[in-house]
Every structure is written in structure tokens, then in C-alpha cells.
Design a protein around this ligand. Sequence first.
Ligand SMILES: NC(=O)c1ccc[n+]([C@@H]2O[C@H](COP(=O)([O-])OP(=O)(O)OC[C@H]3O[C@@H](n4cnc5c(N)ncnc54)[C@H](OP(=O)(O)O)[C@@H]3O)[C@@H](O)[C@H]2O)c1
Length: 321
Amino acid sequence: MTRVHEQPRQQLVYGCMGLGGSWDPTPYDRHDVAVAEAAVGAALEIGIRTFDHADIYRSGKAESVFGEILHGDPGLRDTITVQTKCGIRVGESGLGVHYDLRPASIVERVRASVGRLQVDHVDTLLLHRPDPLARPEQVAEALTSLHAEGLVRSVGVSNMSAAQMAALQRHLDLPLVVNQLELSLAKRDWVESEVLVNGDQAIAHDFPAGTLEHCAQEGVSVQSWGALARGAYSGADLSAASPADRATAELVTALAGTYGTTAEAVVLGWLTKHPAAVSPVVGTTDPARIRACADALAVGDRLTQVDWYRLFATARGQDVP
Ligand SMILES: NC(=O)c1ccc[n+]([C@@H]2O[C@H](COP(=O)([O-])OP(=O)(O)OC[C@H]3O[C@@H](n4cnc5c(N)ncnc54)[C@H](OP(=O)(O)O)[C@@H]3O)[C@@H](O)[C@H]2O)c1
């Protein structure tokens, strides 16, 4: 029998992509710092202790404003987990976006992130997206040297399939501890691929099925980005929404009443009930919306099998096969 790893700790993660002002490389201002302080404060208030960054968020300014917050509150660093990502290049060499997991690029980007964040190490480094030109053995070497240098305590991936994770892990002594995937009631492919095996409802045959199962088996924490579906079921404007999205928003509101909680907690609870121990990444900068997520894990525990499937079927616009 294959040994099954211990399940990773399930938690809410705060996604810092909205911090730091505009996406332009123009400097941030005091207002941007105040917005970030309010968001981080609300996240800490509801018990969030992991903060997700990437080198590219707001052209580096998300990390920079967070670095200011850490600098201004010296005790904070030791109480939180700081995670960042590298591997996406934006607006360079005449290209819109391209990926770069060459070893020198990984190392250079991590050094820059550590500087902006004003930390001496990041707790977890994620490879942001798969780079088809990357050589797993070279990527593994770069990650191992960053770990040996003490700049990175643990490593993971994002937007990668089980096969891509396994190809990298083969060359890496450090365990991959996270895979961050887009996963929500609105973006259900990873779960759909679990139920559409051998079915006739549309899903691309080449969709990398089995990734959630791989993560569970290997003890890799699944973090879901876009978890709140940008508010589609918890207060965002529904004027251009599909009938399925409207019906889902109505059901979420009704279930929030039944469970005595918020719409946000129901939307996230649908994710946290999944046995892959999904950790939702909350990306809103609005302190009230952040606080409204507080109940998510408890709601995931209480959500009945039938209510989970009601949400799933309503969001899909049809029953499972
Ligand atoms: N690994 C990856 O490739 C990847 C990609 C994207 C994001 N991420 C990470 O995941 C985090 C979350 O992703 P996300 O921001 O795309 O997803 P999200 O949490 O589902 O959505 C938050 C975004 O939706 C907006 N929004 C509008 N109405 C809302 C409402 N009623 N409730 C909640 N949000 C509402 C928010 O604006 P306000 O701030 O004004 O509320 C914010 O811009 C990011 O911060 C980042 O850390 C990772």
C-alpha cells in the first residue's frame, strides 16, 4: 500500500495582490500604505497568519508596502508566514507576458522580493506558473541553493498539474508543500475533472485530472486563488451575470441565512469542505469583506453533503452526470 502523507494544515490565506496601488511602476503613496494596513489588520483580526505575494503584484509595490508594514511593527514578522512567487515576467523584452524559470532568474527575483519585503527570508517560495522551457533538474538546483542560503524556508508551485509537480519533485529533496490553483464555485475545473471521468459533459480531455488527489496523497497544501470568485456570489454587481450565477448568488444568500453566517463564508466553505483540505486565498482589500470570511472553515465543517451538491449543481447550471 502506498503511504499516505499527513494532511496539511487547512487555513485562510490573505492574498496581497490588491495592495500597493496601481499596477504601473509609479511609486506608491501614503494612501496605498493605509489601505494595506487596514486590509492586513482585518486579516490578522480574523486569525489569518499566512500572506501571499508575488514579485509582479502591482509591479513589486505589493511587497514594498507589506515591507513597510513589517518594518513599522517589528514583532509581526515572527508571528506570520510570508509566501511569495516568481517566474512571471511582465512587459519585458517586447513581450506582454512570458514565463522564466531559468535558475539565475529565480535567484535574482527572490533576492529582490526579500529586499522589498524587508525580511531576511521568505517562508515559502512558489513557482508562479509552469515554464515549458524550464528544466526540472535546474529549477530544483536553484531552489535547493536558495534554501541552503537561508533565503527560502520551503518551496511550492502554482497553476501546475500533478505531472508537472512530479517531474520537479523527482529532482528535489525538499518537499513541495503548496500548489496554488484557481479554484472556486465559479472556476470548478479541478473538481469537475473528478466527476466527469468517463462522462459526456464537456471538459477538455487533456485537462490535468487527478491534481487534487495527487496533492492530498503527497501532503501538498492546495491553496485556491480567486476563491471568492471576485464577489460573484457575495455582493458583486449581477447585472451582466449568467442565470446560473444569479441562481448561485441567491442560493448562497439563502444558505448564509440557514447557517447563520455570511455569503463569503458559504462561498469559501464550499471549498474548505473538499477533502483536499483546500486553503482559500482571500483577495479583497475591503476590511469588512475580509472580516466576513472569518467563519469559512467552520462553515465548511458544517455544510451538509446535500448543500455542497446544491451549490455545485447550481453553479454548474446542471446536475452532475
Ligand atoms: N497563483 C496565481 O496565479 C494567482 C493569480 C491571481 C491571484 N492570486 C492570489 O490570490 C489572491 C486572490 O485572488 P483574486 O483577488 O483574483 O480573487 P478574489 O479574492 O476572488 O477576488 C478579490 C477581487 O475581487 C474584487 N471584488 C469585487 N467585489 C467583491 C466582493 N463583493 N467580494 C470580494 N471581492 C470583490 C476585489 O476588490 P476589492 O479589493 O475592492 O474588494 C478584489 O479585486 C490574490 O490576492 C493573490 O494573492 C494568485
